[in-house]
Ligand binder design. Structure first.
Ligand SMILES: [Zn+2]
Length: 233
């Protein structure tokens, strides 16, 4: 069977072969480190029809796409940012159970569900919010002890223009999309908001306090300013 696609083989510590068809038309084959090339291609052959169907579906989709359409369609094989790295979307056992998302190595798996993009988006967003809450919570605990300031409450929210904020009631809010940024950038926002518990302004003393805990904070701040717009779906 002849396919118009580019194949890429990636070796990893997994136990079984996995095939992902990316929206770009690239087919990535993930194989166990010790599996022979003959065995890999034999298995890929058995999946040729499925691969062909996926590629055809993509072509069709492409034709219907409007310019303003969002970048993600929540198809298997799409890539999502997480702590500065990339997670590949995988779907399993569609139509069977209530949808659920979980992490498996570098793959973000949606199990069950109806397979519709809107439902997948919701499931992924709730996974991201949970992950953000856990990770940011840990970083708050780490830096709160160093800075000697403890927030009243920590909330993970949808915020259009801000990565974090601090209220006069000592509540800290964080944008859930922050979890897409590299760890050192998450730390910058965490330290920034914690320092507001001492100085609720952006005065000289505030920045000096931030600098005491993150001497390179200016670079991190600049990174967020330049790249923040990419931390979205
Ligand atoms: Zn601030």
């Amino acid at each position: 069977m002849k396919l118009e696609a580019s194949f890429r083989l990636v070796r990893s510590k997994r136990k079984t072969l996995g095939i992902c068809v990316y929206p770009s038309g690239e087919v990535v084959i993930r194989a166990p480190e010790r599996m022979s090339r003959e065995e890999i291609w034999r298995l890929v052959e058995t999946k040729a029809e499925w691969i062909g169907r996926k590629l055809a579906e993509l072509k069709e989709e492409e034709g219907n796409l409007e310019e303003a359409a969002p970048k993600h369609r929540y198809f298997p094989g799409e890539v999502f940012l997480y702590l500065g790295g990339q997670l590949v979307l995988e779907t399993r056992e569609e139509g069977k159970k209530r949808p659920e998302a979980f992490l498996e190595e570098d793959r973000l798996v949606i199990f069950g569900g109806d397979g519709k993009p809107e439902q997948r988006r919701r499931v992924l967003e709730s996974w991201y919010r949970k992950a953000a809450s856990q990770y940011i919570g840990q970083r708050i605990a780490y830096y709160a002890e160093q800075i000697g300031e403890y927030p009243e409450n920590i909330r993970i929210k949808e915020q259009k223009r801000r990565w974090g904020s601090c209220s006069s009631k000592r509540n800290l809010n964080f944008n859930w999309r922050l979890i897409m940024a590299p760890p050192e950038i998450v730390d910058y926002v965490v330290v920034h908001e914690l320092c507001h518990l001492k100085h609720l302004n952006h005065g000289l003393e505030f920045w000096q306090l931030v600098e005491r805990f993150l001497p390179d904070y200016k670079e991190r701040k600049q990174w967020l300013f330049e790249n923040g717009k990419y931390l979205r779906w």
